[in-house]
Design a binder for this molecule. Structure first.
Ligand code: SAH
Length: 208
């Protein structure tokens, strides 16, 4: 159930659903998603669906991870990326080899601890972790070429917009449960441009 053939089937499905980036598809093929979920769910790890990971949180759907990564990294090779909502670290692991450095923020320290170990076991070292509130971003290493938020915010977080470099982009689900829109926000010199990438379903970005 976790074989190369099972993974190839997932990759084919993502291609059929419009994912074009070979680099991203390769990462989906490579990253062992079954190691990011409970053993009881491992047999479903290569289905294109979100799954529960405990503490009321989920591992994102592979298509969403692929779409967000593709949109964020289009012309950002060598980028530094801020990630909000580390969770189990699947999105982090898919993105890590495609960028220079990821700074990732998670509000549940327990989850973060496990994720840190998991990524180390997978030989991923270009990730720096911080337990804390993602609404604040991580000012110390700002500005970022890319910002990826993997929990839904009711509106665009002002502090994250401020931490985006000119020419940088942010992908973020915005809206209430059931009505979330995945936005791609590009920072030009003096303004922000928004494009919608379609409807999505994420757990909420908790306030405070
Ligand atoms: N990126 C994950 C999915 C994350 S689920 C994946 O690849 O599967 C969303 C995560 O956001 C959860 O772990 C949740 O604890 C975290 N989160 C929610 N609100 C947050 C906040 N204000 N700051 C930081 N993390 C937050």
């Amino acid at each position: 159930m976790t074989s190369a053939r099972t993974r190839d089937r997932l990759v084919q499905r993502l291609k059929d659903h419009g994912i074009r980036s070979e680099a991203v598809l390769n990462q989906i093929r490579k990253v062992p998603r079954h190691l990011f979920v409970d053993e009881a769910l491992a047999s479903r790890a290569y289905e294109d669906t979100a799954l529960p990971i405990g503490l009321g949180q989920t591992i994102s759907q592979p298509w969403v991870v692929a779409r967000m990564t593709e949109a964020l990294l289009e012309d950002l090779a060598g980028a530094t990326v801020l990630e909000i909502g580390t969770g189990c670290g699947y999105q982090t692991a898919v993105m890590a080899p495609l960028v220079k450095k990821i700074y990732t923020v998670e509000r549940l320290p327990e989850l973060m601890k496990k994720t840190r170990q998991r990524l180390r076991q997978l030989d991923i070292y270009n990730v720096q972790f911080r337990p804390g509130d993602g609404w604040e971003g991580w000012p110390k290493y700002a500005p970022y070429d890319g910002i990826i938020v993997t929990a839904a915010a009711p509106e665009l977080p002002e502090k994250l917009l401020q931490q985006l470099a000119p020419g940088g982009r942010m992908v973020i689900p915005v809206g209430p449960p059931g009505f979330q829109d995945l936005l791609l926000v590009a920072r030009r010199n003096d303004h922000f441009e928004e494009v919608s990438l379609g409807a999505v379903s994420f757990v909420p970005l908790i306030q405070g």
